[in-house]
Design a protein. Structure first.
Length: 272
């Protein structure tokens, strides 16, 4: 596995697994939580160490269970969770503290590697209020790093300016056709790691066809080309799959190099 070093000196795997439908009936986001760890266990066996969960996903306990069931040391994992922005989770400082403690209890792995604000709240001041509480968990050692998700440049800039602990990472939707290049550039200029979610899920059909052709000379798949491209652009990626073959493909992306021309073709892909 390759790693990036975040602005606090902590290393993060460049590739991990999404989990938003894992451990649930029929693999449905809204399905009943079954505590079945099969998808995660197969990902861990294949070498995935970064696991991306959230309070919203209701499966933090499934992640903790899979990690404990594995033969891999806790310190080799990198677990991310997130607090929702909704008032039910953030209305008062006490509520925020309650839900962060609840996350720690559900995951039950002594500490969480990275904790994100899942979506921006209604104002920059509100974001900062929740941020200040997350900072206290870092000071206590219960959370190692903190960051944000779905923040735009303005929201990120405000936080960077006012925070005691700078956000290490911003997780947002990014895929060929909708890279969000200016946000990626802003993150990199400010030493905040950009992390892509939904690298595949919203891909335009025509763009996918182009990527299938582009991948052929490398003996790789369109999905491997996307992940290789994103990692080389400095993004952490968190593809999710319920299929072991796809999980294997998605981690087998480090043995080829896209030509400058192909990289440029992907960079310029754009859908209105
Ligand atoms: N911060 C946020 O607001 C936010 C929002 C959305 C998602 N996320 C996070 O990002 C993660 C990834 O997003 P996502 O799960 O929505 O979408 P995704 O990873 O982009 O795509 C998942 C879909 O791609 C398919 N797939 C995966 N690997 C494949 C491969 N090698 N070949 C062909 N198809 C493949 C999967 O089907 P199979 O299962 O059949 O392989 C599944 O249908 C989530 O699980 C979650 O952890 C965060």
């Amino acid at each position: 596995m390759k790693y990036f070093t975040m602005n606090n000196g902590v290393r993060i795997p460049v590739l991990g697994t999404g989990t938003n439908t894992f451990g649930k009936e029929n693999g449905n986001f809204n399905g009943k939580v079954t505590y079945d760890t099969k998808e995660l266990s197969s990902a861990i066996e294949l070498g995935y160490r970064l696991i991306d969960t959230a309070i919203y996903y209701r499966n933090e306990a499934v992640i903790g269970k899979a990690v404990k069931e594995s033969n891999v040391h806790r310190s080799d994992f990198f677990i991310t969770s997130k607090i929702p922005a909704d008032k039910a989770f953030t209305d008062t400082d006490e509520i925020v503290r309650h839900f962060v403690k609840q996350s720690l209890k559900e995951i039950d792995l002594d500490y969480i590697d990275l904790y994100l604000i899942h979506f921006p709240l209604e104002s920059n001041e509100e974001n900062l209020r929740v941020w200040r509480i997350l900072e206290t968990f870092v000071f206590q050692g219960l959370i190692k790093s903190i960051g944000v998700s779905n923040f735009n440049i303005d929201q990120l800039a405000y936080l960077i300016k006012h925070a005691r602990i700078k956000p290490v990472l911003n997780q947002f939707q990014s895929f060929p056709g909708k890279h969000q290049q200016s946000l990626i550039d802003f993150c990199k200029d400010n030493h905040v790691i950009p992390e892509a979610y939904q690298s595949f899920a919203k891909l335009d059909a025509q763009i996918k066809d182009t990527l299938i052709e582009l991948a052929k000379p490398y003996n790789k798949t369109w999905s491997q080309v996307i992940l290789n491209y994103q990692v080389n652009e400095g993004l952490v990626v968190i593809p999710k799959s319920h299929n072991k073959q796809h999980q294997f493909e998605n981690i087998d992306i480090f043995d080829f190099e896209l030509s400058d021309k192909d990289r440029m073709t992907i960079k310029q892909m754009h859908v209105e």
